[in-house]
Design a binder for this molecule. Structure first.
Ligand SMILES: NC(=O)c1ccc[n+]([C@@H]2O[C@H](COP(=O)([O-])OP(=O)(O)OC[C@H]3O[C@@H](n4cnc5c(N)ncnc54)[C@H](O)[C@@H]3O)[C@@H](O)[C@H]2O)c1
Ligand SMILES: O=C(O)C(=O)C[C@@H](O)[C@H](O)[C@H](O)COP(=O)(O)O
Ligand SMILES: [Zn+2]
Length: 352
């Protein structure tokens, strides 16, 4: 088992990573009055048995799968469910699922009775990112993650056995954030990925644990210095200005988070080359991600003007202009507002 310690201004906690570690929960739950688990329909069907057999007294709330979990309606329903089952301030919420469940459950925990503890039990590759760092949120029809909080979990139990049932599309989606971590912080890690990884279908447990651990360590370095995104934490948003706009335009769910962020990262790489003279070989990068099965062109049914309005509303924007994380070099990010004309030109180069 691997362990990464996360130190933030508000809380220190550990992320445990490895196969067969779900039993770690037993020691952690004794202190709580009630335990409510929030999961989704898919994860429930596949894996909830492994938790229930250890803790038959759990109170289970099941959301629709995917982004449909991150709505006001489901959020309110979770709160009602918790109230009806008598959760109090010494109760705990378990987030058992991918990033959607984690973001929802964390926001429920952050706001129920002004905040009760929660534990992340991620089940997707993407959740190496979402389960760490304490960003919790639901979506608004006008934008992604627009209602949320910074609220850290008590611990993260990342049992990699749960990952074996992930469909290929979700493996690819999650791996986009691993690649993001390489691009923003670690040229050597990125190079290692580009040289050694020609398919996402045959990742063995050791490779996977190593990549996830590396991603978590990179994320941890940003979060520990800037928990509430007053500065460098925003670099973790590389690819997300356009990515979140694409997700919103795809009705929150037709494209996955990782698919959308991959389009956004290619867009941000081209902008970085145009504005900052980034010398990275973007064509080789594109060939590599295509080999891994990623689509990187902006879907043809998306119009620039709609995406531009969404990008202007992004949380990083403070002056009404879209703000982007760009790269001076691989591993050297910076934040910039970008002019509409350049955004539009680049959009047409990358549109399908
Ligand atoms: N809080 C953060 O810092 C942060 C970081 C990155 C992403 N996010 C958010 O995370 C969400 C994306 O996370 P995600 O990709 O995990 O999505 P997700 O939670 O929607 O899961 C993707 C799909 O995989 C299914 N699934 C989950 N675990 C499975 C398993 N073990 N086997 C088979 N199927 C499984 C789910 O039911 C769902 O249909 C987005 O809402 C994004 O905004 C948050
Ligand atoms: O943890 C962060 O900070 C990130 O930006 C990680 C992102 O991968 C993640 O998608 C996050 O939820 C985006 O946050 P937002 O503030 O842009 O909603
Ligand atoms: Zn993300």
């Amino acid at each position: 088992m691997e362990k990464v310690d996360i130190c933030t201004a508000s809380k220190n906690y550990s992320v445990y990573i490895g196969p067969d570690i779900i039993h770690l929960l037993s020691n952690s739950l004794a202190e709580y009055t009630k335990v409510m688990i929030i999961t989704d329909e898919t994860v429930s069907e596949l894996h909830i048995g492994k938790i229930i057999e250890q803790f038959p007294e759990l109170i289970v709330y099941t959301t629709p799968s995917g982004e449909k979990a991150k709505t006001f309606q489901i959020y309110e329903d979770c709160l009602s469910f918790a109230l009806k089952h008598g959760l109090d301030r010494k109760s705990v919420i378990l987030a058992f699922g991918g990033g959607a469940v984690g973001d929802l459950a964390g926001f429920v925990a952050a706001t129920y009775m002004r905040g009760i503890p929660f534990i992340q039990i991620p089940t997707t590759i993407l959740a190496h990112d979402s389960a760490v760092g304490g960003k919790v949120a639901i979506n608004h029809s006008l934008g992604k993650n627009m209602v949320g909080a910074f609220y850290q979990p008590e611990m993260v139990i990342y049992d990699t056995n749960f990952l074996h049932s992930l469909p290929e599309r979700q493996v690819r989606s999650g791996f986009a954030e691993v690649i993001k971590h390489g691009l923003i912080a670690d040229p050597i890690f990125l190079q290692e990925l580009m040289e050694n990884l020609s398919s996402l279908n045959h990742l063995n447990n050791i490779q996977l644990s190593n990549y996830l651990k590396k991603g978590i360590e990179i994320k941890s370095a940003f979060v520990s210095k800037d928990e509430k995104e007053t500065g460098i934490r925003a670099y973790l948003n590389f690819g997300h200005t356009l990515g979140h706009a694409i997700e919103a335009k795809a009705d929150f769910g037709k494209l996955t988070h990782g698919e959308s962020v991959m389009c956004g990262m290619v867009y941000a790489l081209i902008l970085s080359n145009n504005i900052l003279g980034l010398t990275f070989d973007i064509q080789s990068f594109i060939q590599w991600i295509e080999k891994l099965g990623y689509k990187w062109r902006i879907p043809s049914y998306m119009e620039f003007d709609t995406l531009y309005e969404l990008m202007k509303r992004d949380k990083k924007s403070t002056s009404g202009k879209p703000a982007f994380v760009l790269l001076k070099e691989i591993g050297k990010p910076m934040m910039m507002e970008v002019e509409k004309s350049l955004l539009e030109d680049t959009f047409y180069k990358l549109s399908e």
